[in-house]
Design a protein around this ligand. Structure first.
Ligand SMILES: Cc1ncc(COP(=O)(O)O)c(C=O)c1O
Length: 322
C-alpha cells in the first residue's frame, strides 16, 4: 500500500489539505462532458478518436498516444514492459517504487541531481516528476536536457511525470525524446476519474505499451473526460483558477512562516512545511487532514495544498493549540 493524499479510512475531515487536486474543482465543463458519456456500450477498444484529439492538442502523431487508467496505471505498465531497474530522484511520488516492487525489479532513489544523472547509466527506466511531488521543485532546462542526453546514450527510458505541470506558475521545461505522462484529473479537481495518458517518443514504443494493456483499459466516462480536458472550455476554466490557487498558496505559506514553521514553496499548488512529527495526527483529530511525509524520509514534514480562506482560518486556529 502506498500513501497518497485523500481518504485515509477515517471520517471525512472538515478541511483536506492532503490532496493536491485543484481545490476550486471539479471543473464543471468536464463534469458535463462526463455526464453526456454513453455508458451503455464499450468504448472504442483502439481509442481512435480520443488519440486524434490528444495528438492534435500536443501536435504529435496519434500513434504515439497511449491512454491509461490514470497515471498510476501507466507507471505500472511502463515498469512492467521495460522490466529493468527503475531510477527516480527523491523524495518523490511513491508509485514509482510501488510499481518496481510489484514488478520485482530494482528501485533506486537518487538523493541529488548529480546522483540521478550518474544513476542513468545503470537504469532501464527513470522517472522525473516535473514539478516534483512532494517538494514542488521544478527541474530547470539544463538539468532535464542533460538527463535526456544521458538517458539516450545509455538506452534508459526517461519519463517526465507532468501530473502537476498544468498547476505550475512557471514554464515547465521538458526535453525532446522523453516520454511525457499526463494526469489531468488533479488540475481539474476530478481525481475520482481514473484517466491519464502517455506520449511516447516513438510509435514503436507506444505500440509496445498499448499491447500490454487489458482491453478497454479506460471506460466511456474517462474517454469523455480526456477528450474534453483538451478543449478550450476546460482549459479556460483551469487558467482562471490558477491566480486564486497561487494566492491561497502564498497565504498558506505566509501563515505557517509567521507561526515559525520552515516552509518549502515550490512551483505547483502545494507546499511542504516542517510542522513536527505529531502534527498530522494532531490536526486530523481536529478535522483537518495534511499529508505526513515520514514515508519519504521526512518525519517532521507535511505536504499541504492550497485551500480556501475558511480552511486556512481553521488551520490557523488549530495550530495555535499545537
Ligand atoms: C507526481 C504524480 N504522478 C501521478 C499521480 C497519479 O495520478 P493518477 O491519479 O492519474 O493515477 C500522482 C498522484 O498523486 C502524482 O503525485
Amino acid at each position: 500500500m502506498t500513501f497518497h493524499g485523500g481518504p485515509d479510512g477515517g471520517p471525512e475531515p472538515r478541511h483536506d489539505f492532503s490532496s493536491n487536486a485543484n481545490a476550486l474543482g471539479p471543473n464543471p465543463v468536464l463534469l458535463a462532458a462526463i455526464r453526456r458519456a454513453d455508458l451503455s456500450r464499450y468504448p472504442d477498444p483502439n481509442y481512435g478518436a480520443l488519440r486524434e484529439v490528444l495528438a492534435a492538442h500536443h501536435r504529435v502523431p496519434a500513434e504515439s498516444v497511449v491512454p491509461g487508467s490514470g497515471a498510476s496505471e501507466l507507471i505500472h505498465r511502463l515498469v512492467r514492459v521495460r522490466a529493468g531497474a527503475v531510477l527516480a530522484l527523491g523524495p518523490t511520488f511513491g508509485e514509482y517504487a510501488h510499481a518496481a516492487r510489484a514488478a520485482g525489479v530494482g528501485y533506486r532513489e537518487a538523493r541529488s541531481r548529480e546522483a540521478f544523472l550518474r544513476g542513468l547509466e545503470n537504469a532501464a527506466l527513470a522517472f522525473l516528476a516535473q514539478p516534483n511531488n512532494p517538494t514542488g521543485e521544478l527541474f530547470e532546462a539544463g538539468f532535464v536536457q542533460e538527463a535526456a542526453r544521458r538517458a539516450s546514450r545509455y538506452g534508459a527510458w526517461l519519463v517526465f511525470d507532468l501530473a502537476y505541470a498544468p498547476l505550475a506558475d512557471v514554464y515547465v521545461p521538458v526535453p525532446e525524446g522523453a516520454f511525457r505522462l499526463f494526469a489531468p484529473n488533479k488540475a481539474h479537481g476530478l481525481t475520482g476519474v481514473r484517466a491519464g495518458y502517455l506520449i511516447a517518443p516513438s510509435e514503436n514504443l507506444a505500440a509496445r505499451l498499448t499491447r500490454a494493456a487489458p482491453s478497454w483499459v479506460i471506460g466511456a466516462a474517462e474517454v469523455a473526460f480526456l477528450c474534453a480536458q483538451a478543449g478550450v472550455g476546460a482549459r479556460n476554466w483551469l487558467q482562471g483558477t490558477l491566480p486564486v490557487l497561487f494566492a491561497w498558496r502564498r497565504r498558506l505559506a505566509g501563515l505557517l512562516r509567521e507561526r515559525g514553521y520552515a516552509v518549502q514553496e515550490g512551483a505547483a499548488n502545494f507546499i511542504m512545511a516542517r510542522l513536527g512529527e505529531d502534527a498530522a495526527a494532531f490536526l486530523r483529530a481536529r478535522g483537518l487532514r495534511v499529508r505526513p511525509l515520514a514515508d519519504k524520509g521526512l518525519p517532521d514534514w507535511a505536504r499541504l495544498s492550497a485551500q480556501p480562506p475558511e480552511a486556512l482560518a481553521a488551520l490557523a486556529a488549530a495550530l495555535k493549540e499545537h
